[in-house]
Design a protein around this ligand. Structure first.
Ligand code: KG4
Ligand code: ZN
Length: 341
């Protein structure tokens, strides 16, 4: 096996088309084409997402190679997201990876999108060594489609020890934003407004469940009923108090997330806690996990902003771990839409 391997990574699971070039775990380029087309619908429209991926994938790959200063002839393996995600979107990346793998006669490596979010902690940037977690560690993976507490035993061994029983935390943000008339994606909007509000203005039910699980459908309904009641009494309520409502809603969510992940770390006797996924870009969650870890003699790992939301660099890192573990994919692989470990 080569000591240095150049990986071309492709991510197309949802609404971002991304390509990255890595040398082992060092990211040489990481290009993301965001799809603006969904914002007018207040959520991702799967059919439109697939069409956008189809349009974007070739130019994004070209640009990623160009920025990395490499050509296709330099690439040793192609890593791609096999799932979970939207079937039509995944098919674009999968088919592209299969074609390139066959054309260049190089291995293709299947990557689980949720594992890749976690392994983003191992993405290095050139000339800047970053401290990485040590196995085993616990990761709170929070995205638009998933909420998981994962015991990470190695770069290829993941055990989900807690998860949501209904909506994902990202959905709780996005749906709340929709209720309040804020644009999609709602997470960054609520994050921004919450910073200006009073988190103790009102209380919302806890989203923590038994053991290390969560439920987020109730809090969204409780927000809806709360606003209906307040708006009946004062039609201007939301204009006057949107910051406070966002702050209180976020306070309840983050409190439960931090409580459950710290409980899991104690139960499994693990000292390092990492955050991953799109919602780990949340400023309050990033702050609270650091504070609570410090109080509990634990070390927090907060991902770089550029690697929080969907990106191909994390797919490349996961691909690298799979590759050195001799886990290469096949031309007959079919995308999967739901999480499987
Ligand atoms: O991981 P990701 O990019 O895509 C999925 O795999 O789902 O996560 C997207 C989710 C969206 O729900 C978005 O609202 C949320 O991450 N998000 C945030 C923030 N930035 C993105 N949620 C809260 N605060 C943020 N700053
Ligand atoms: Zn994601």
């Amino acid at each position: 096996m080569n000591a240095i391997i150049n990986i071309l990574a492709i991510e197309s699971s949802c609404d971002d088309t991304s390509a990255a070039v890595l040398q082992n775990t060092t990211v040489l380029s990481n290009l993301i084409a965001n799809q603006k087309v969904h914002s007018e619908y207040g959520g991702v429209v799967p059919e439109l997402a697939s069409r956008e991926h189809q349009k974007n994938i070739v130019p994004v790959v070209h640009e990623a190679l160009k920025q990395a200063n490499l050509s296709l002839a330099d690439i040793h393996a192609i890593a791609y997201t096999r799932g979970p995600g939207l079937m039509g979107s995944l098919l674009v990346g999968t088919s592209f990876a299969k074609g390139l793998s066959m054309g260049l006669n190089i291995p293709m490596i299947e990557v689980n999108h949720m594992h890749a979010h976690i392994l983003a902690h191992f993405a290095q940037t050139p000339n800047q060594a970053k401290k990485t977690p040590e196995f085993p560690f616990i990761c709170l993976t929070v995205s638009g489609g998933h909420t998981q507490i994962v015991l990470v035993k190695s770069g290829t061994e993941f055990t989900v020890i807690g998860s949501t029983i209904d909506d994902a935390v990202g959905e709780a943000y996005d749906k709340a934003a929709k209720i309040m008339g804020l644009p999609y994606p709602g997470g960054p909007q609520i994050d921004r407004l919450a910073a200006l509000g009073n988190p103790k203005f009102t209380t919302f039910p806890s989203t923590a469940q038994n053991e290390f699980d969560f439920s987020f459908s109730g809090i969204k309904t409780s927000l809806l009923y709360y606003l209906q009641k307040q708006l009946k009494a004062n039609p201007n309520f939301l204009n006057e108090h949107i910051n406070d409502v966002c702050a209180s809603y976020q306070y309840s969510i983050v409190k439960a997330l931090v409580k459950q992940v710290v409980k899991a770390a104690k139960y499994h006797n693990v000292n390092q806690i990492a955050l991953a996924g799109g919602v780990s870009a949340n400023s309050y969650l990033r702050r609270r996990i650091q504070e609570v870890c410090a109080q509990n003699n634990r070390e927090a790992f907060i991902p770089d902003f550029q690697f929080c939301t969907d990106n191909a660099a994390m797919i490349g890192v996961s691909g690298y771990f799979n590759f050195i573990n001799n886990s290469v994919g096949s031309q007959s692989a079919v995308p999967f839409t739901r999480y499987s470990s």
